[in-house]
Design a protein around this ligand. Structure first.
Ligand SMILES: C[S@@+](CC[C@H](N)C(=O)[O-])C[C@H]1O[C@@H](n2cnc3c(N)ncnc32)[C@H](O)[C@@H]1O
Length: 271
């Protein structure tokens, strides 16, 4: 229960819905990266920090009934949501493991692949987590990571001081809870030290208008993020409302553009 309260973004129903929307926005990129990493039928894949498991469900389709997805997270609420969704879809190849990724032991297995998205950014010791993932992979196993490498690329044009303030406070809050939003650029080096050969490193960053479906991804985080920052005592309700109003005004202005927060895609293979 403590974990449910401690995790900086929260595990409430609104966050479960936001993660669903976020996965819909990123689904095609994830599927494409998994294909390039060789995730295919019959493979066993770890979903490290799976959340409510929207990616785990897609991975379960990719590996099929002869494969397996091992979904790890410390949030009981998120794992319950994933188990319920697996039952609804009749999937029998998803196994959930409730685990603190910084402390608990990984299940003893030799997986063919591992996937982690927006998880290392929340770890106090992200390199140690990568080492444990490495230990759970077969030689030749592939790891696919999507993590931010430059969160502050997230901006509006015309620029909005309120939005910049929001981005700054989000980054401060993640750092105050022990994470590092811009963990992405460290990943290829750490993977090399841990015996991986990095195959691909690719920045993913878009410039979108409010009419672009991708707009809804960062936009949804403004709503839930502001409420969470008030809950955590990082913003007053009045300041949160001012930031929300400024975002709504920017969005309504003709020709408004948004640069998305920069994500790094890394694909590496263990030697
Ligand atoms: C932003 S969510 C991303 C979820 C999922 N990977 C996705 O892409 O939708 C971060 C996840 O990391 C999990 N998490 C954070 N710290 C953790 C820890 N110490 N141990 C296990 N899971 C953790 C949270 O519970 C949450 O599910």
């Amino acid at each position: 229960m403590t974990h449910e309260k401690d995790y900086v973004l929260g595990t409430h129903d609104e966050e479960i819905s936001r993660l669903a929307l976020q996965h819909r926005a990123w689904r095609s990129r994830a599927l494409d990266a998994w294909r390039r990493a060789g995730f295919a039928a019959g493979r066993t894949i770890l979903d490290v920090g799976c959340g409510p498991g929207y990616a785990s469900l897609d991975l379960a389709e990719v590996v099929g009934p002869s494969g397996a997805v091992i979904a790890l997270d410390r949030s009981r609420r998120f794992l319950d949501a994933l188990e319920a969704a697996s039952r609804r879809r009749g999937l029998e190849n998803v196994r959930t493991v409730e685990l603190d990724l910084e402390e608990g032991n990984f299940p003893p297995l030799q997986a063919d692949g591992a996937w982690a998205r927006w998880v290392l950014a929340f770890m106090r010791r992200p390199r140690d987590l990568l080492a444990r993932v490495a230990g759970a992979l077969k030689p030749g196993g592939a790891i696919v990571l999507h993590e931010y490498f430059h969160y502050a690329t997230w901006q509006l044009a015309p620029s909005s001081p309120e939005h910049q303030e929001f981005v700054r406070i989000v980054m401060e809050t993640w750092r105050a809870s022990g994470g590092e939003p811009d963990v992405g650029l460290d990943l290829p080096r750490w993977l090399g030290e841990l015996g991986f050969a990095t195959k691909e490193v690719r920045p993913i960053l878009e410039v979108v208008t409010p009419r672009d479906p991708l707009w809804q991804w960062p936009r949804s985080f403004v709503g839930s993020g502001l409420r969470r920052l008030v809950e955590l005592g990082r913003l007053t309700p009045a300041r949160s409302e001012a930031i929300a109003r400024a975002f709504a005004a920017a969005e309504a202005a003709p020709d408004c553009l948004m640069v998305t927060p920069g994500v790094l895609e890394v694909i590496a293979v263990s030697r």
